[in-house]
Design a protein around this ligand. Structure first.
Ligand code: HEC
Length: 257
């Protein structure tokens, strides 16, 4: 017979060993439950499935709202029909404008060889030189000048892309110069009010405007920013339309102001 089995001391030890292990399990269990409860408290009761469900509802509401905001099939059909009707009724006409000429083309080359227009009549002092400037013409000019102002400054003060127009003898000088500059552009060094300016690209021609608009813009610069000179007439611009398409001017081709 095993002598230890009846030893009471060994039995008591075994009892307490068992009790110890059980206590250990109990503590572990409490710990796990505690962590679980704590994590739940941090999530503030919102389950991930609930959150995802909420987002799905929001998306579905949004889709429904945008679908209701769409035009109906009938409305779209009516709009397409109206556009088709206008298109079939309007008759497009081919336009041939000299300012659409390709640089270097035969037409452009032939124009370049054409004799310059006689500017004596255009530059002769007008009889009504002292007549007050028509406010309506200044109004047209002011609008047209917005483009010019991009390079010359909205107050004609000049800037990184263009010389000043304020106080420029070219602006208040012969009218033909101004019309020529606008119809053909200008490049190379230019002296303005005693200062020489040189811009790498020069000024591009801007002949796409109507005679009235060009005359307006030029009258505007001649009578703004402290400048004062006679108005430019649309007829004067019309008389020089033949210059459109010729190469960019240099100062030597202009009449010295
Ligand atoms: C893309 C920039 C640009 C625009 C836009 C522009 N110009 Fe110019 N302009 C120039 C430059 C650069 C010169 C100097 C050309 C040269 O190199 O000799 C010049 C020169 C002139 C000159 C002669 C010099 C002076 O300052 O008095 C006049 C006048 C002039 N432009 C008027 C106009 C008018 C009017 C418009 C609008 C219809 C216009 N410009 C639009 C860049 C521009």
């Amino acid at each position: 017979m095993d002598p230890t089995r009846d030893n009471p001391l060994i039995r008591i030890k075994a009892f307490f060993d068992g009790l110890g292990i059980l206590t250990l399990f109990a503590v572990l269990l409490l710990l796990i439950l505690g962590i679980g409860a704590l994590a739940g408290w941090f999530r503030k009761g919102e389950e991930p499935e609930d959150a995802a469900g909420k987002i799905r509802y929001e998306i579905s509401d949004e889709v429904q709202a945008s679908q209701q905001a769409f035009l109906s099939k009938e409305q779209i059909g009516a709009a397409v029909e109206a556009v088709a009707q206008t298109l079939s009724e309007s008759k497009p006409v081919a336009i041939k404008k000299p300012e659409q000429m390709v640089p270097g083309s035969d037409t452009a080359m032939a124009l370049a060889d054409a004799p310059p227009v006689d500017t004596t009549a255009i530059d002769a002092p007008p009889e009504d030189a002292d007549a007050p400037i028509d406010p309506a013409q200044m109004e047209i000019g002011k609008t047209q000048f917005l483009v010019c102002g991009a390079c010359h400054g909205q107050n004609g003060e000049g800037g990184p892309a263009g010389p000043p127009l304020a106080g420029s003898e070219w602006v208040t000088g012969p009218v033909s110069n101004l019309i020529l500059i606008q119809l053909r552009g200008l490049k190379g060094p230019i002296e303005i009010a005693g200062k020489v300016y040189e811009f790498p690209a020069g000024m591009t021609p801007m002949g796409y405007q109507t005679d009235e608009q060009i005359a307006g813009a030029l009258t505007y610069i001649r009578n703004s920013f402290g400048n004062k000179a006679s108005a430019v007439k649309p007829e004067q611009v019309a008389a020089m339309r033949g210059e459109v398409g010729k190469p960019q001017l240099t100062v030597e081709e202009l009449t010295k102001p």
